[in-house]
Design a protein around this ligand. Structure first.
Ligand SMILES: Cc1cc2nc3c(=O)[nH]c(=O)nc-3n(C[C@H](O)[C@H](O)[C@H](O)COP(=O)(O)OP(=O)(O)OC[C@H]3O[C@@H](n4cnc5c(N)ncnc54)[C@H](O)[C@@H]3O)c2cc1C
Length: 382
């Protein structure tokens, strides 16, 4: 008799929810755990038929990476549509891949932000208008199950996700022999921050600008290299804070002090390790350091991926993988010295102690970059 994810005590996993998608009895639910990350849970153990599918598709439990790359073709790329390039996080290649896939008869499973629930979630787009909701990186973990439940594997889809999600999803497709119907796209992934931080940050912001109506995490007003910026529309005001001006959410995320345990201890997808047909990201690095509009790093690991990229409305330039992935993380993030103190702040029932968090981030910056002077003001526009 096969085991299930509960028998194997699969906790603090990637939270990709592919186990819940595959479960024939629909008894796996996905909820935020006490650390603020999505986790699967068997809601009715008595109804489990011990088919073992939930474990078979689990990237966290199974070793290695599901895809053996047929080829590695690396490019810098950007959308030929200036407006698309401007509104996307990097060069807009992610959007163009989805747009051309739609025109070829695929449906798109991508990520949007739900302002009512304040979560990122996977959803299905079948028109370019619906696809517009996926534009821009949401630097929080997505609830993947909402979109995945709507996927009919007999149809054709392009699916976007974190590398761990895409790896489990490929295991699922292989199991049901439907890989040919799908194109899978992941990204160079820093890791995902905790919803404990996101919710405390939003509470702090809501006090100043009212209920949240729209959120953007990146903005190229001041160029691509300085594009980390929280742009939040509230009911009574508008908030725009760049990371370089001290935004607390982005600084805490990128200080690595509140990532998921699995991002530190179990990620196996850094740099060139991917189960995607295509990997996208920012072409940070010396090649495009003077570019201000945004350049995507694009790596095709399969013929299918390469063919889709070539049909998309993108300018692409071939480079060596090492050049295009310069400055991407080669190893998993490590917990910094301030980690336990930040965790304390996030777990307590009090509102976010802004002064203490700023102090911790200051100490962190001093330790990492002793010569850098940080924190300017924040701007509230009403
Ligand atoms: C949590 C996170 C960490 C990242 N870390 C890195 C990194 O270390 N290095 C790097 O170069 N790039 C990283 N990226 C990717 C980068 O931010 C861009 O998303 C990517 O380059 C695509 O940009 P684009 O201009 O092609 O299109 P955009 O339109 O900006 O891309 C958006 C695409 O990303 C998908 N997406 C958005 N949010 C999420 C999410 N939370 N989970 C899954 N998919 C999502 C959307 O479905 C859409 O397809 C990260 C993205 C996220 C969400």
């Amino acid at each position: 008799m096969a085991l299930n994810i509960k028998d194997l005590c699969i906790n603090d996993c990637f939270g990709c929810a592919v186990c819940a998608k595959v479960c024939p009895k629909h008894i796996i639910e996905v909820r935020l755990n006490k650390d603020g990350f999505f986790q699967p849970q068997i809601s009715s153990v008595v109804n489990c038929i011990k088919c073992g599918l939930c474990v078979d598709v689990c990237s966290f439990y199974n070793e290695g990476v599901a895809l053996v790359a047929q080829q590695v073709n690396a490019f810098a790329g950007w959308s030929n549509d200036v407006a698309v390039r401007q509104k996307c996080s990097s060069g807009g290649v992610g959007f163009e891949l989805a747009r051309v896939a739609l025109s070829l008869g695929y449906k798109v499973c991508a990520v949007r932000y739900d302002v009512d629930q304040n979560v990122a979630e996977h959803y299905i787009a079948t028109t370019v208008e619906q696809l517009n909701e996926s534009v821009g990186s949401k630097y929080i973990q997505s609830n993947t199950l909402i979109g995945m439940r709507q996927i009919d594997p007999n149809d054709r889809y392009i699916v976007f996700g974190t590398p761990c999600h895409i790896d489990s999803f490929r295991r699922y497709l292989r199991k049901i022999r439907k890989e040919d119907n799908f194109i899978l796209v992941d990204f160079f992934c820093h890791g995902v921050p905790s919803y404990l931080l996101w919710y405390k940050y939003l509470d702090h912001i809501k006090d100043r600008i009212g209920e949240i109506k729209r959120v953007k995490w990146r903005d190229k007003k001041d160029g691509w290299h300085d594009s980390w910026a929280m742009d939040i529309q509230g009911g009574t005001g508008h908030l725009y804070i760049k990371m370089s001006d001290g935004d607390l959410f982005l600084k805490t995320f990128l200080s690595d002090s509140c990532l998921s345990k699995a991002c530190y201890d179990n990620c196996k997808f850094k740099y060139s390790k991917s189960s995607g047909d295509i990997r996208i990201g920012d072409a940070w690095g010396r090649l495009y350091r003077n570019n201000s509009q945004g350049v995507s790093a694009v790596v095709c690991f399969s013929k299918k991926g390469l063919s889709l990229l070539k049909q998309s409305n993108c300018r692409i330039i071939k480079h060596d993988f090492e050049q295009i992935a310069e400055y991407q993380m080669k190893e998993n993030a490590r917990r910094p010295l301030i980690y336990p103190y930040v965790q304390q702040l996030l777990r307590c029932n009090e509102p976010l102690n802004i002064r203490r968090l700023r102090l911790l981030l200051y100490i962190h910056t001093i330790c990492r970059f002793p010569k850098r002077i940080i924190t300017k003001g924040t701007k509230i526009l009403r």
